[in-house]
Ligand binder design. Structure first.
Ligand SMILES: NC(=O)c1ccc[n+]([C@@H]2O[C@H](COP(=O)([O-])OP(=O)(O)OC[C@H]3O[C@@H](n4cnc5c(N)ncnc54)[C@H](OP(=O)(O)O)[C@@H]3O)[C@@H](O)[C@H]2O)c1
Length: 253
């Protein structure tokens, strides 16, 4: 993956799951990788592994729920004066449960992290990329956003909202040289699963999910990382707007 050598790449949500997988792979490809999430101890494990393999990596504590924390992250990433080539955001949380009894805290948290946090990070990334007329912004969304899955109602809405936001970004800035990719993914094992399913969904929830997915089939983190690496390796004159990657057993739409 020679194209990423020396590139400065920020991965938000890099302490676990798909974000950690992407961070390690871009680090192995020679990028100067900046890993962000709330848990510094988890980030440090990935930073150590990247450095032990001869790569460059830095950990940053950041909470996407806080605008000040996101601003501080971008300031820290810019401190060495080198331009930011790509921002990848994989951070999200989900609650799988009926909406009528979902706590306000749960649904507000999903909107705050999955949508508002993603929008906030995009605005900061643009401030770095637009003056250079170059940069790549990639957000991980979900087939839940496209399908609107029962018992994942607010989560689905945040991912659909993020997908629409990215479409609008291409309209506003598509000619600027900054590129926007939506990596829309299906069930993926080997992650913490969006903070784990916080409230057991019960029989109804499980039946609902099974109706959509057909079988408890999963991709793995590497499958998704491959797709992200392909997107990140496209040359600056290529727009890759959306990748949809999901397990074969998912609903055939
Ligand atoms: N796994 C799946 O089946 C699946 C399916 C469809 C879509 N997706 C999407 O794929 C992406 C990655 O999912 P995953 O399964 O790899 O999740 P994961 O293993 O739970 O990892 C989520 C990451 O987001 C970070 N994060 C959560 N809240 C944050 C906050 N407030 N500020 C900063 N970072 C925060 C977590 O780090 P800290 O806790 O340290 O902050 C963690 O690094 C998500 O956008 C998810 O919606 C996943």
């Amino acid at each position: 993956m020679a194209g990423l050598a020396g590139k400065k790449i920020l991965v938000i949500g890099a302490s676990a799951g798909i974000g950690a997988g992407i961070a390690r792979r871009v680090g192995a490809a020679g990028a100067d990788v900046h890993l962000a999430a709330r848990r510094l101890d988890k980030l440090a494990e990935h930073v150590d592994a990247i450095r032990a393999a001869g790569g460059r990596a830095t950990a940053h504590a950041c909470d996407l729920e806080s605008g000040a924390s996101v601003a501080a992250l971008f300031e820290a990433v810019a401190r060495d004066g080198e331009p930011l080539d790509a921002m990848i955001n994989t951070a999200a949380m989900l609650w799988l449960e009926p909406f009528a009894t979902q706590t306000e805290d749960a649904w507000r948290t999903m909107i705050a992290i999955n949508l508002a946090g993603a929008v906030c990070a995009t605005q900061h990334a643009l401030a770095h990329m637009l003056p250079r007329e170059r940069g790549h912004i990639l957000h991980v969304t979900s087939t839940a956003g496209a399908l609107a899955i029962p018992y994942l109602s607010v989560y689905s809405a945040t991912k659909a909202g993020l997908a629409h936001f990215l479409t609008a970004m291409r309209g506003e800035y598509g000619r600027s040289g900054v590129r926007f990719t939506e990596l829309q993914i299906g069930n993926t094992g080997g992650t913490e699963g969006g903070g784990v399913v916080h409230h057991p969904p019960g029989e109804d929830g499980i039946r609902s999910i099974m109706r959509w997915t057909g079988a408890p089939s999963m991709m793995n983190v590497d499958d998704v990382v491959e797709a992200a690496m392909y997107a990140l390796s496209t040359p600056p004159h290529v727009r890759l707007d959306r990748i949809v990657i999901r397990e074969v057993a998912e609903i055939p739409t």
